[in-house]
Write a protein that binds this ligand. Structure first.
Ligand code: GDP
Ligand code: CA
Length: 321
């Protein structure tokens, strides 16, 4: 059985995983999820990226939105607002609240996040092993200029959701990552993998944060198996979201080629760019990364599964080379 490890953020990662499951139904898939987006709200621990993967693969996701639960209602949020208790900019629905209550209760009882995630997945049966990158607290902060307080760091969610990435980001810092250790099973899964995939997730605040946990990047580079990524940027910009804003903060151009070069040939063996970026193939290959141009828009289950197949084919080429 093929063992596949995928480093995933939220929406882009989760949608790709669904295609991967269709392309390789027999594979044993371990997902290492980003927890840098985690936030404490109303006394509850919220893990947006882990939940997006869990809900998407478990059939509970709000399909159009790409995050949150389907058939959601917002009674609790409205009641909190009636008390003047915010933040109102972060949309937690009633169904979603239950997940965060269970998680917070288990954490208060002493369970690590990895055990909690496993317990939540017993309900959702995502068909993959979902591991948080770490059980330690890591919070991505973004350095911005504000009128009130000058330059200051805000939580990633505040930058992304409240400010809609509308102000320049001067730096992106995964606070706590340097002291974090990989969650149980993470390094083992990487060491035992036959192939490692970077889905079209945000290269800075999703995959970049996972790679910032000491030991993970090294384990991937030393695994000795093909590492293949799919570009989240098409035609010089993100497909959805504001990846260009956080790429600018770390001095990387918002192109498919620049992101491959940012990961580098020390980490990445293969890279898929969209067909509109076919002229980037030469530059990526010149940097020692095998590159192909294929359709990369996840417009439906069929196209997404085809992307996953292309990634596995490229991994096979890398292995044979
Ligand atoms: P988030 O945590 O919800 O932001 O999700 P991820 O980090 O997993 O993914 C966000 C990235 O997915 C963004 O940079 C998008 O450009 C990318 N993305 C979204 N849809 C598509 C798609 O259909 N094709 C490709 N190639 N990238 C996509
Ligand atoms: Ca995210």
């Amino acid at each position: 059985m093929q063992r596949i490890v995928v480093l995933a953020g939220g929406t882009g990662g989760a949608r790709f995983l669904r295609g991967l499951q269709q392309a390789a139904p027999e594979a044993d898939v371990t997902v290492i999820g980003n927890t840098g987006d985690d936030i404490h709200l109303f006394g509850l621990k919220v893990c947006p990226d882990l939940d997006t993967v869990m809900y998407t693969l478990g059939g509970g996701i709000h399909e159009q939105q790409g995050w949150g639960r389907a058939d959601e209602t917002f009674a609790v949020k409205e009641e909190l607002a009636a008390y003047g208790v915010g933040p109102e900019w972060f949309g937690l629905g009633d169904r979603d609240f239950a997940t965060h209550i269970v998680r917070t209760q288990m954490i208060s009882a002493g369970y690590p996040l990895s055990a909690v995630t496993e317990a939540l997945c017993r309900r959702w049966q995502p068909g993959v092993r979902l591991l948080p990158m770490t059980d330690d607290r890591v919070e991505t902060h973004v350095l911005i200029d504000t009128e009130e307080d000058g330059r200051r760091a805000v939580h990633f969610q505040e930058y992304w959701v409240r400010l809609r990435a509308g102000v320049p980001a001067h730096a992106v810092v995964p606070v706590g990552a340097d002291k974090a250790t990989p969650a149980p099973g993470v390094l083992e899964a990487i060491a035992e993998a036959d192939v490692i995939l970077f889905p079209p997730s945000n290269p800075v605040v999703s995959i970049g944060t996972i790679l910032a946990v000491p030991g993970i990047r090294e384990a991937i580079a030393e695994a000795g198996v093909p590492v293949v990524g799919l570009s989240p940027l098409i035609g010089g910009g993100p497909v959805h979201g504001m990846a260009d804003k956080v790429l600018a903060a770390i001095g990387v151009e918002s192109t498919a080629a620049a992101v491959a070069q940012h990961y580098g040939s020390g980490l990445l063996d293969g890279w898929l760019v969209d067909t509109v970026d076919a002229d980037a193939v030469g530059a990526v290959e010149a940097d020692g990364i095998r590159c192909r141009a294929v359709p990369l828009l996840m417009t439906g289950p069929g196209t997404t599964a085809a992307m996953a197949r292309e990634a596995l084919t490229l991994a096979g080429e890398v292995r044979a080379a």
